[in-house]
Write a protein that binds this ligand. Structure first.
Ligand code: CA
Length: 225
């Protein structure tokens, strides 16, 4: 999952990124409302953590603009304000959840897991499934029958994206945006290398699932049987 943090307190934004990265989320951070909205409009994020008091454009206006433009990414408002009226206003404009600072890390992670599940396909207790394989979102293990393998961060993120998409085709551009990030210098070669790692691991755990190359388009999961 890729999470966008829009927070102008740099120290807090950095701390959030560290906490989330430690929990295997990919993150990007913006420190004002305008650049935050720009990033959020790409639609590549699974969850957006949004502060209300922001320079250039406040969080309410960012959220309003997102919803008007039909970006339905779940938004968690994170703010120092704890006035009931702010909470109501945020939820009315289309926020999905609300937390006041200072926040408890475990609670924040639980809320993010819950927001992430809203977009997911088949999720049961943090496990994504497709055909004979399952991916544990807590342990990052890919399992088929009795065999399991732990995935590296990028492999995990790619596999998670595949499993959340079912058998839909995912383009190399989508993989790069989602796994390497919008501004990254990652190239098609990087994607190919990681896809080959994943193919080896699927073989190793003796799964019938393969990553099929759809020439000129991208990749999709396919069940060989
Ligand atoms: Ca702020």
């Amino acid at each position: 999952m890729r999470i966008l943090i829009i927070e102008d307190e740099i120290a807090l934004a950095d701390a959030l990124q560290q906490i989330l990265q430690k929990n295997k989320y990919l993150t990007d951070a913006c420190h004002d409302g305008v650049s935050g909205l720009d990033c959020a409009m790409t639609g590549i994020y699974d969850v957006i953590i949004l502060d209300i008091n922001l320079p250039k454009m406040n969080g309410f206006d960012v959220l309003r603009a997102l919803r008007i433009n039909r970006i339905s990414t779940p938004v968690l408002l994170l703010t120092a304000r704890d006035e009931i009226s702010d909470k109501v206003a945020g939820l009315d404009i289309g926020a999905d959840d609300y937390m006041t600072k200072p926040f408890n890390t475990e609670e924040l992670l639980a809320r993010i897991r819950s927001l992430g599940r809203r977009n997911a396909g088949v999720v049961c207790e943090n496990i994504l499934k497709f055909s004979d394989i399952s991916l544990n979102l807590s342990t990052y293990e890919l399992t088929c029958g009795d065999s399991s393998m732990k995935l590296g961060l990028k492999e995990f993120c790619i596999m998670e994206l595949f499993l959340r998409s079912g058998s839909a085709i995912i383009s190399k551009e989508q993989l790069i945006e989602k796994v390497w990030g919008y501004d990254s210098n990652a190239e098609y070669n990087n994607v190919e290398v990681y896809i080959s790692f994943i193919r080896k691991k699927l073989l190793h755990i003796k799964s019938a699932v393969t990553v099929k190359t759809v020439r000129g388009v991208g990749y999709c999961l396919s069940c060989g049987r």
